[in-house]
Design a protein around this ligand. Structure first.
Ligand SMILES: *Cc1c(COP(=O)(O)O)cnc(C)c1O
Length: 222
């Protein structure tokens, strides 16, 4: 697998050069992460707490760790000290736990709210009404150790570009709608994490600021 060539190829196709590339290295060995690091990549995405914990001490200190998968509340404490951004916050319960762990170590932890935009039932995330309800909740407004930087979403796994585009457009519309509201200071909606190997070009056309790309860089996973 020529990681350098893959990275160059992916970057070359970007519709927006300012969009952040998060290299999704889940299941991949350290040597692959180091090869990407040598090409200038600093942002890595992992979806398992155990794996992120094992890899983190082995990589240079300026590596930025993105937790992109479903995160269980009881595991937040293991990544709280170093995680750069938690993309998959999908419940108020999880958000409160992140806040609690941040408070313990005196760190404000950056997160994204995951919004359910796909057709599949199985995908995690808030729907629009749930997010609006949470933002208006007094307990939510009292959070002190999280920084909500934006939204994350995953489109339906399909070849149908029209559908993927529609789902990304919906997420972008919600993002703009939320931004226009009167929000607490710890909610600064700047980032829209959408797009993976199969749909990052559509995502960038629809306003993504951050794409999470795995197999197009590191090859397919087992
Ligand atoms: C695995 C994963 C990705 C990357 O998927 P590829 O199709 O390999 O690019 C992106 N986002 C999330 C949440 C993932 O779990």
């Amino acid at each position: 697998m020529d990681i350098k060539a893959n990275l160059e190829q992916v970057k070359k196709t970007f519709k927006n050069p300012d969009c952040l590339l998060v290299a999704v290295s889940k299941t991949k060995p350290l040597e692959d992460l180091k090869a990407a690091y040598a090409c200038g990549i600093r942002d890595f995405g992992e979806n398992k707490v155990q794996e992120i914990q094992a890899k983190q001490p082995e990589m240079p200190a300026d590596t930025r760790w993105h937790m992109i998968g479903h995160l269980q509340s009881n595991k937040v404490k293991y990544i709280a000290p170093f995680v750069h951004l938690i993309h998959g916050v999908d419940s108020f319960k999880l958000l409160k736990e992140i806040n609690k762990q941040g408070k313990k170590i005196d760190r404000i932890i950056p997160v994204l709210l995951q919004i359910h935009i796909a057709e599949e039932e199985s995908k995690f995330g808030f729907d629009e009404a749930e997010v609006l309800e949470m933002l208006g909740n007094e307990d939510f407004k009292a959070l002190t150790h999280v920084s909500i930087q934006g939204l994350m979403g995953m489109a339906t796994f399909t070849e149908n570009e029209t559908q993927i585009r529609k789902e990304f457009k919906g997420l972008k519309a919600l993002f703009e709608n939320l931004k226009s509201k009167d929000l607490p200071a710890f909610v600064q909606l700047k980032e829209l994490s959408m797009g993976m190997s199969g749909d990052y070009l559509i995502a960038q056309e629809e306003g993504s600021t951050m794409v999470r790309i795995g197999s197009a860089i590191f090859g397919s996973r087992n």
